[in-house]
Design a protein around this ligand. Structure first.
Ligand SMILES: Cc1cc2nc3c(=O)[nH]c(=O)nc-3n(C[C@H](O)[C@H](O)[C@H](O)COP(=O)(O)O)c2cc1C
Length: 414
């Protein structure tokens, strides 16, 4: 419930502004009070009268209104709210927020606030994928602004792709998750009762007690997926190799080092509905790791390092049988022939979906904030636009939710 909570809703000038009306209605149904700030462009799309009637409060647009400013109205508006929501968040308002501008009441309030801010972007797909918007969103995320959406789909401009504002119900769920994390609406918890295992990060294969074989995986993508599945209500076990990122909230985390330990932790999780193998598991380990540090001897040739194959966690979890999860998802980190290699990998491993991504150094994927993935399933190959790893995670979790909606939970099958 949002009883007694106060949202300051900033409505900017996009086609999706009409959805702000429905958003107000749904928030008020949940006991949340809503006060609106309308940009000049926003007023071209919805009338102050509609916002006022639905919010049962006056609508604020003018920064230089004497009555409001005698009480420092723009500061007071932020003080009076628990959360600021920008819906729709136009490309223009996101740019002004990222630049720290304060050239109208909306951006002044956004700059003057110390309250959490949630933005629901809505714009044409090319505006959303433009490098300027991408950089602005990245800047705002780094500063702690929360984002919901945009969704994929048909747009008013007769184009198709990401840019549609999230539906009012989805925005309400995001508001609940921020203001009252204990009571995310049941509708948003499409994975409630489902059990998931996510692997993340690199593995570390000991050569001796001080040296190891590993790779550059940061764990950011796997951790974001675990968090996104948990937000949708799944009971998530995250099996993580050594990473610098924090454990996500609401997730059981098992910390491991080697591929052997990672496989054992996955199997110990018991019956699961979905496995997401996002870890960059080392293919090889030292065949016979030394028990004590291998000493460097002056004049002697370097020791030969014999390698042995590591267990194949994705293939092991994909093995047909009564314990196989309903959905097994692998990652294919490639530096060339990304999609062709992923198609081949999906067949070899027997998993259901593969998310293929290009990790060649120029892409900055390893350790970076963004990812460009291709979803390979029996329905074919879907190219997803470059997006933040959190967005990849959210989109994947939603897909998992839709897929599992038609499959019985693992516990029921036991
Ligand atoms: C018919 C029409 C639809 C528009 N839809 C959008 C939109 O969906 N998203 C967006 O970012 N800008 C859209 N724009 C452009 C914005 O209205 C424009 O950038 C404006 O300056 C935004 O101001 P604001 O961010 O202060 O509200 C649209 C413009 C028109 C004329």
């Amino acid at each position: 419930m949002l009883n007694g909570k106060r949202v300051l809703l900033i409505v900017a000038g996009g086609i999706a502004a009409f959805k702000a009306l429905e958003l107000i209605r749904r928030l008020r149904e949940r006991g949340c009070s809503v006060r609106c700030v309308l940009t000049e462009a926003g007023a071209r799309f919805v009338t102050p009268l509609s916002l006022q009637a639905l919010s049962e409060d006056r609508v604020y647009s003018d920064m230089f209104s004497l009555t409001d400013e005698s009480e420092m109205g723009h500061i007071q508006l932020s003080r009076d709210a628990d959360l600021l929501v920008v819906a729709p968040a136009t490309a223009n308002v996101l740019a002004r927020m990222a630049a720290g501008m304060a050239d109208d009441l909306a951006t002044t309030v956004l700059l003057a606030t110390d309250k959490p801010v949630l933005a629901a972007p809505a714009m044409n797909v090319r505006m959303w994928t433009h490098a300027a918007t991408v950089a602005n969103v990245e800047t705002l995320r780094r500063r702690g602004v929360h984002f919901i959406g945009p969704n994929d789909g048909a747009m008013a401009c007769n184009e198709h792709g990401p840019g549609r504002m999230s539906e009012p119900e989805e925005i309400v769920a995001a508001i609940e998750a921020l203001l009252d994390p204990g009571t995310v609406s049941e509708q948003a918890r499409v994975l409630a009762g489902r059990r998931a295992v996510v692997t993340s990060g690199p593995t570390r294969e000991a050569i001796d007690p001080v040296r190891y074989i590993s790779n550059h995986s940061s764990g950011k993508q796997g951790h974001a997926i675990a968090a996104a599945l948990a937000r949708l209500g799944a009971d998530v076990t995250l099996v993580s190799g050594p990473v610098a990122v924090a454990d996500p909230p609401g997730v059981r985390v098992v910390h491991v080092e080697s591929a052997d330990q990672m496989l054992a932790a996955c199997l110990a999780a018991g019956r699961i509905d979905v496995a997401v193998c996002a870890a960059a598991v080392a293919d090889w380990k030292a065949a016979t790791p030394a028990n004590s540090k291998i000493k460097k001897k002056a004049g002697a040739a370097p020791p030969a390092l014999a390698l042995a194959a590591n267990p194949d966690i994705l293939a092991a979890l994909s093995t047909p049988g009564p314990k196989r999860p309903a959905l097994v998802i692998g990652f294919a980190a490639e530096t060339e022939n990304v999609v062709a290699n992923a198609l081949d990998k999906r067949k070899r491993k027997g998993c259901d979906w593969i998310l293929a991504n290009d990790v060649s150094p120029a892409t900055g994927t390893f350790g970076g904030e963004r990812n460009t993935v291709h979803l390979v399933s029996d329905a074919g190959v879907e190219d997803w636009p470059t997006m933040a790893k959190e967005e990849v995670a959210q989109r994947l979790a939603e897909r998992v939710g839709r897929h599992l909606g038609v499959v019985r939970p693992a516990q029921a099958a036991e």
